[in-house]
Design a protein around this ligand. Structure first.
Ligand code: ATP
Ligand code: MG
Ligand code: MG
Length: 557
C-alpha cells in the first residue's frame, strides 16, 4: 500500500476494508459527462478517484456518463482523455461508456416492471412536478401508477420502438410518493427522446436518467466507492434503492456505495461547464483552452504543469463543507513548481533603447550566464552584449523619487551579467516628447564575474542586445472576472463581472537569443517579470509567450 493522505473518505474505506465489504477491494471511477471540457474542479475529482485507487492498490475506471445525447459530443470525449492523461493518470484498459450498458439497463428496467417496482406514466412533465408535492407537502399517486405489469411491459416496448412522441411518457420507479425525500417520490428512470447519440446513433428513442444509469453503471463495473459531489447527497437513498432492487433480480458485480465530498469553487472564475460554454460560444474568450479559462486545457496552455495542479488538489484536500479557494493558492502552486524548474532568462517586455556611447561600435561580448543559480543542472548559455541595448521602460525615470534604484539621469545601475552603466543623456522625440534613446557610458572595470566587481550599486537591470534579440509577442493575463465571486448577485448576469482587462497583448517584446529554439509548452522565468510559457500560436520567426504568473506571491499562507 502506498498510502499517504487522510480524509473522511479514507476513514470510510479503511472501515470497509476491515469489514470485508465488496471483497475488501477498492475500485473507483471518474465519470465525466462529455458535454464540455474538464475544469480544475474535475481535476480535484480525478486526483481523488485515481489517487485513492493508487493509495489502496485498487483500480480506477474512466467512464463517460453519456446518457444525455443532446449536449454530448466526441470532441469532448477526446479532450477529456487527453486531459486525464496529461494530469498523469492512467485508466489502462478500463475506459467505458454508460451507453455501452443501454441494452442491459433496458433489460433491468423490464425486470423492475415485472417485479412491480416500475411503471409507465402518461403524465406530462409538468403534471409529474405538480403531483410530486413539495418539502412540506406529500406527493400524490399518478393515476397510471397501478397499471398492470402486462400493460406496462407493452407500453415500455412501444416507447423503445419509437411509437410515442418525445416527452409523452416516462418510466418511473414505484417507491413512495409520501417520502420526506422528494427524490424518492417515484423518480423517473427513462424518458423518450428521439435524438441521435454520438455513439449509438439512432438506435434508441428512450434514454435512462442519471439517477438510474449511474448507480447501475457503477455496479456493472464492480465499483466499490462511488465518490461524487455534495449536490447528490439527497440522491443517495435513490442510488442505493436502484442498486439494491436491481441486484435482487439481476447479477451485479458489486454493491457500490455513494460518498459525497464538497465540490471545488475557485475565486475570480466560474466553474460550471454550462457557464464556461457560454463564455466560449459568445466569444468572451478565444476557446475552451483560452489561457484565462479554469479548464485543464486552458491551464495547460497558460503554462501550468500537471505537478502544480496535483499539488494544488492535494493541498485543498477533501471535506464535506463547501468553500471557495482563493485563486492565489493555485498561482502559488505553479510558482513553487516553476521556481526550481524554469530556466531564468532575460526578456524585455516594454523596451526602450539604451546606447552605450563609450562601448566600441561593432564589438560583441558573449557573456557567460547560468540558467538558474540554485539549480546548476539546468546549465547555462552565453548572452551577447553590445553597444545598443533594450531595457524595460519602467526601469528608467527622468525625474525619479528618492528610493528609485533603477536608471535615471546621472545615476548608475548594474546590467545583469555585464557592467555598471551611467545615464548621461536622454533623447526625446521632438513631437511626442517620448523617450527614444537613453545614452549611457559603461565602466569597463566592473564586468560581472571578474574580480573587478568592487564597486557596488543598488539596482540591477535585465536587458537584451538590440542586434541579437528576438522579437516576441507576450500575452499578459489577469483574472477573468473582477469579482471574487462573479455569481454573487443572483439577478445579474455573471458575465457582467467579466474583467475587461483580463488580456493585455504586447507585440514588441524582445528576448535574449537563446530563446530562438523555444518550443510550445517550454517554460521560463523572465527575470524580474514572472513565469512564461511558449504558446502554440508561435511561429518559427515569431514566438508568442503567455505569462503563467507574475513573480509576486499574493497568497497568504
Ligand atoms: P459541471 O457542473 O461543471 O458541468 P458536472 O458535475 O456536471 O460539472 P461531470 O462531467 O458530471 O460534470 O463531472 C464528472 C465528475 O467530476 C463528477 O463526479 C463530479 O462530481 C466531479 N466534479 C465536477 N465539478 C467538480 C468540482 N467543482 N469539484 C469537484 N468535483 C467536481
Ligand atoms: Mg454530472
Ligand atoms: Mg453538468
Amino acid at each position: 500500500m502506498n498510502k499517504k493522505l487522510t480524509s473522511f473518505i479514507h476513514d470510510i474505506i479503511d472501515k470497509d476494508l476491515e469489514e470485508g465489504k465488496n471483497g475488501s477491494k477498492v475500485h473507483t471511477r471518474f465519470p465525466p459527462e462529455p458535454n464540455g471540457y474538464l475544469h480544475i474542479g474535475h481535476a480535484k475529482s480525478i486526483c481523488l478517484n485515481f489517487g485513492i485507487a493508487k493509495e489502496y492498490s485498487g483500480l480506477c475506471n474512466l467512464r463517460f456518463d453519456d446518457t444525455n445525447p443532446s449536449k454530448e459530443d466526441v470532441e469532448y470525449v477526446d479532450s477529456i482523455q487527453e486531459d486525464v492523461k496529461w494530469l498523469g493518470f492512467s485508466w489502462e484498459d478500463r475506459m467505458f461508456y454508460a451507453s455501452n450498458y443501454f441494452d442491459q439497463l433496458y433489460e433491468f428496467a423490464v425486470q423492475l416492471i415485472k417485479a412491480g417496482k416500475a411503471y409507465v406514466d402518461d403524465l406530462s412533465a409538468e403534471e409529474i412536478r405538480e403531483y410530486r408535492g413539495t418539502l412540506t407537502q406529500p406527493g400524490k399517486d399518478s393515476p397510471y401508477r397501478n397499471r398492470s405489469v402486462g400493460e406496462n411491459l407493452e407500453l415500455f416496448e412501444q416507447m423503445k420502438a419509437g411509437n410515442f412522441p418525445d416527452g409523452s411518457r416516462v418510466v418511473r420507479a414505484k417507491i413512495d410518493m409520501s417520502s420526506p425525500n422528494i427524490n424518492m417520490r417515484d423518480p423517473v428512470l427513462y424518458r423518450i427522446q428521439k435524438t441521435k447519440h454520438h455513439r449509438t446513433g439512432d438506435k434508441w428513442s428512450i434514454y435512462p436518467m442519471y439517477d438510474y444509469a449511474h448507480p447501475l453503471s457503477d455496479a456493472i463495473e464492480g465499483i466499490t466507492h462511488s465518490i461524487c459531489t455534495c449536490e447528490f447527497e439527497d440522491h443517495r437513498p435513490l442510488y442505493h434503492w436502484v442498486v439494491e432492487n436491481v441486484s435482487a433480480i439481476a447479477g451485479l458485480k458489486s454493491k457500490p456505495q455513494q460518498i459525497e465530498f464538497a465540490r471545488l469553487n475557485l475565486s475570480h472564475t466560474v466553474m460550471s461547464k454550462r457557464k464556461l460554454r457560454q463564455l466560449v460560444e459568445e466569444g468572451h474568450v478565444k476557446g475552451w483552452d483560452d489561457p484565462r479559462m479554469p479548464t485543464i486545457s486552458g491551464l495547460r496552455r497558460r503554462g501550468y504543469t500537471p505537478e502544480a495542479i496535483r499539488d494544488f488538489c492535494e493541498r485543498i484536500g477533501v471535506a464535506k463543507a463547501v468553500s471557495t479557494v482563493d485563486i492565489a493558492m493555485l498561482e502559488h502552486c505553479i510558482r513553487e513548481d516553476l521556481s526550481s524548474k524554469a530556466p531564468r532568462i532575460m526578456g524585455v517586455l516594454r523596451p526602450v533603447k539604451v546606447v552605450i556611447d563609450n562601448y566600441p561600435e561593432g564589438q560583441v561580448e558573449w557573456l557567460e550566464a547560468e540558467y538558474h543559480q540554485e539549480n546548476p543542472e539546468l546549465g547555462g548559455r552565453k548572452i551577447p552584449f553590445s553597444r545598443v541595448l533594450y531595457i524595460e521602460q519602467d526601469d528608467f525615470m527622468e525625474d525619479p523619487p528618492k528610493k528609485f534604484f533603477r536608471l535615471a539621469p546621472g545615476k548608475e545601475v548594474r546590467l545583469k551579467y555585464a557592467y555598471i552603466i551611467k545615464c548621461e543623456q536622454v533623447v526625446k522625440d521632438e513631437q511626442t516628447g517620448e523617450i527614444v534613446e537613453i545614452h549611457c557610458t559603461y565602466d569597463p572595470d566592473t564586468k560581472s564575474g571578474t574580480n573587478n566587481e568592487v564597486r557596488k550599486v543598488k539596482g540591477t537591470l535585465h536587458w537584451v542586445s538590440v542586434e541579437h534579440a528576438i522579437r516576441a509577442e507576450v500575452r499578459l493575463y489577469d483574472h477573468l472576472f473582477t469579482k471574487a465571486n462573479p455569481e454573487e448577485e443572483r439577478d445579474t448576469d455573471f458575465k457582467q463581472n467579466l474583467n475587461p482587462n483580463s488580456l493585455e497583448v504586447l507585440k514588441n517584446s524582445f528576448l535574449e537569443p537563446s530563446l530562438a529554439d523555444a518550443k510550445p509548452g517550454d517554460k521560463y522565468q523572465f527575470q524580474r517579470q514572472g513565469y512564461f510559457s511558449v504558446d502554440p500560436d508561435s511561429k518559427e520567426d515569431r514566438k508568442v509567450f503567455n505569462r503563467v504568473v507574475s513573480l509576486k506571491d499574493s497568497w497568504a499562507k
